[in-house]
Design a protein around this ligand. Structure first.
Ligand SMILES: [Zn+2]
Length: 243
């Protein structure tokens, strides 16, 4: 199910009948306790689990994303693409996979700022072909209100825009790739102020010093497992319905 591990003959025989999943992430700071590729680890791990429940295959992820907003760009290691680069990269991958017979696609996004550029790539793809279906989804949009209430019973839900390197992402990495989590570096943090507008370059007091804008200490492997199962179920249902 991992395209990068298939032979060309295996790929040839499977590509037309399977749902092709393209994880899209980023290389972005995720606090002192998580690696730079969190936004790749999460959608790729979800994609692999989804493939255990339906006939899918997972393309190598897009490991870079559009520029992190809210000051993320100022942290060493956050390495981002221009919008046009992300559009063209996504479009090339869709076109090439289509050329080999792929017709049903699921773009699984792990980094908020990618959304508009991935959508633009799919729009352009749709102008060129008329017999392919593409679903674009971000994993956090598939989390029900009830699950949010449960996961944030103690911490309180700050809104998805502040849920960066905090409860959900930390919990999911603790579940999917515990060896990547620096458990002794998990912390709660916040910025001094959170304006509802953007200033370029971002003023210092609008970024949390650690890169964690909320309470990561409320994360746990158990929450990660619960959330992963919930999101996988939702994605499987969407794929069955739309693809
Ligand atoms: Zn992230």
């Amino acid at each position: 199910m991992l395209v990068e591990h298939m032979t060309w003959e295996e790929y040839r025989d499977e590509v037309a009948r399977r749902i092709i999943i393209l994880p899209v992430g980023s290389l972005e700071q995720h606090g002192p306790h998580l690696p730079l590729n969190v936004d790749v680890v999460i959608p790729t791990s979800l994609a692999k689990t989804v493939c255990e429940e339906l006939d899918g295959m997972v393309l190598p992820p897009i490991s870079y994303g559009y520029k992190a907003q809210g000051g993320g760009q100022l942290f060493p290691g956050t390495t981002s693409l221009d919008g046009t680069t992300l559009i063209n990269l996504t479009l090339d991958i869709l076109r090439e996979t289509y050329r080999h017979g792929g017709r049903r696609f699921l773009v699984l996004n792990g980094h908020y700022e990618n959304t508009a550029f991935v959508t633009e790539a799919v729009e352009l793809f749709g102008r060129a072909v008329n017999d392919a279906t593409v679903v674009i989804l971000s994993w956090w949009d598939q989390v029900s209100d009830e699950m949010v209430d449960e996961l944030f019973a103690e911490a309180g839900f700050p809104g998805w825009e502040l849920e960066h390197a905090a409860v959900t992402e930390t919990s999911l990495v603790q579940y999917f790739a515990p060896e990547l989590v620096r458990e002794d570096r998990i912390l709660d943090d916040q910025s001094e102020r959170m304006p509802k507008y953007s200033v370029f370059p971002p003023p210092d007091d609008t970024l949390p010093k650690s890169g964690v804008p909320y309470k990561a200490t409320h994360a746990s492997r158990e929450k990660g497992e619960q959330l992963a199962k919930h999101v996988v179920d939702a994605i499987v249902q969407i794929a069955r319905q739309e693809l």
